[in-house]
Design a protein around this ligand. Structure first.
Ligand code: SF4
Ligand code: SF4
Length: 410
């Protein structure tokens, strides 16, 4: 078992510390064959960007890809199977988070795991579910979850992140009758070689999508998902027995004395008091594991699915807390970012957030063809000196919920 916690905030700190740790302490885990297939699996749960605490930070993905390229790997793929609602609504979260542009910048591949060949995994009750073959057969599989709360699971970190390896809605649905046990089943079938947790900006409160970002400024790198999730529960000051996948792992005897002891004695310089993910009354009642199967039986009927697909039905579900996401269909029309020099106070914050290290803010004084349009700089600028040209589309929803919070902690 190995685990390291790095403190980092800015892109230069993240890249330097991640590369140094991987090179110094984890190089022996890397395959000798430089042509092997490398899969990097972030959490791209929704189109809310990393600064909301929802999805894996592009700066961290950039750090890992730069390291892998420096080591000489030639076949690197960023792969994720976004949650069912976006898939059903035909919304590409990968594109909306500009992960495709990040991949283009580095010359690596991108794969939507919802459209993959499958291999079967045994779930509870004799059910078999299809996971992405590329993950199961990768020569190097790196799990890159977000550190966040989750209203059903308690927390979502390494163990829960593998749900994105289930192919399409049909296979994802198969987890739900025994969600936590099946998350453990996924983790005993798929064994990533390395876990790199994005805790730079985490999420507390009503995660995984409607919580609040909390600046925790850490990256965890390790080999054992059970231990890392235990340590993350300590970092958030949560009792691990309230975290569904860890409870299921304990029932199965996977939280051995060695794992519990390692986590308990792991030195943490600082812990945080995360607000717990308390669902509203209705959502809490329905999502209780004792009742959820009745809800699922209704949810899976054609009539209910139709009602949910209407705008009014979707809004009602969101307002009631039964649905965490609003699936805004409007795409963003991005016609460029420019700098308003009269507004800029040269605080330098934007430069710490650019995943591709553009020399901000001055790089925006002229067209910047290398910009991957992630809008991190735009989100953090306290003086609103970075001007967006075009139509924000779905991004308006993020701004309405998170703009002040992000500018507040950045
Ligand atoms: S964050 Fe805004 S105000 Fe600060 S340097 Fe960048 S553009 Fe200027
Ligand atoms: S300049 Fe801004 S929008 Fe462009 S890649 Fe850098 S942080 Fe993202």
């Amino acid at each position: 078992m190995r685990l390291d916690i790095i403190k980092a905030d800015t892109v230069s700190q993240i890249k330097a510390a991640v590369k140094e740790t991987l090179y110094g302490k984890y190089k022996d885990l890397l395959p000798v064959d430089l042509n092997t297939k490398v899969i990097v699996k972030p959490n791209l749960n929704s189109y809310m960007n990393a600064l909301t605490g929802n999805t894996t930070d592009l700066r961290l993905m950039a750090a890992v890809i730069e390291f892998l390229k420096d080591m000489g790997y030639s076949d690197i793929t960023i792969a994720e199977g976004t949650n069912s609602g976006f898939y059903r609504n035909n919304i590409s979260v990968i594109n909306r988070l500009t992960v495709d542009k990040l991949a283009g910048f580095y010359g690596v591949h991108i794969k939507d795991l919802n459209y993959s060949d499958t291999v079967e995994v045994e779930f509870e009750g004799g059910v078999k579910a299809g996971i992405a073959r590329v993950c199961a057969e990768a020569g190097l599989f790196i799990n890159m979850p977000k550190l966040k709360t989750h209203f059903e699971a308690g927390m979502s970190v390494c163990l829960k992140n593998l749900m994105g390896c289930l192919v399409g809605q049909t296979n994802k649905k198969k987890t739900h009758q025994s969600l936590f046990e099946n998350i453990v089943n996924l983790n005993t079938a798929l064994r990533p070689h390395l876990h790199i947790v994005d805790g730079v900006v985490s999420m507390e409160g009503l995660g995984p999508t409607r919580g609040t970002p909390i600046k925790t400024s850490v990256v965890l790198i390790g080999t054992d998902p059970f231990v890392i999730d235990l340590v993350c529960s300590q970092l958030a000051s949560f009792d691990y027995t309230n975290i569904g996948p860890l409870r299921a792992a304990q029932k199965r005897g996977l939280l051995t004395q060695e794992r519990l002891e390692f986590a308990k004695t792991f030195p943490l310089d600082r812990t945080f008091l995360f607000k717990p993910p308390r669902a509203g009354l209705l959502a809490g009642f329905i999502h209780n594991p004792k009742r959820q199967r009745y809800f699922l039986a209704i949810r899976n009927t054609a009539v209910f699915r139709y009602l949910c697909s209407t705008q009014i039905g979707g809004k009602l579900l969101y307002k009631s807390g039964l649905r965490q996401d609003v699936f805004v269909k409007d795409a963003m029309q991005h016609q460029g970012l420019t700098l308003d020099p009269a507004m800029c106070n040269n605080c330098g914050k934007c430069a710490g957030y650019c995943p591709v290290d553009l020399p901000l803010p001055h790089a925006l004084s002229a067209p910047a063809p290398q910009c991957i349009q992630c809008l991190y700089c735009y989100c953090v600028c306290p003086a609103s000196a970075i001007v967006f040209k075009g139509t924000l589309g779905f991004m308006q929803e993020q701004n309405a919920q998170y703009e002040a919070l992000i500018k507040g902690f950045a």
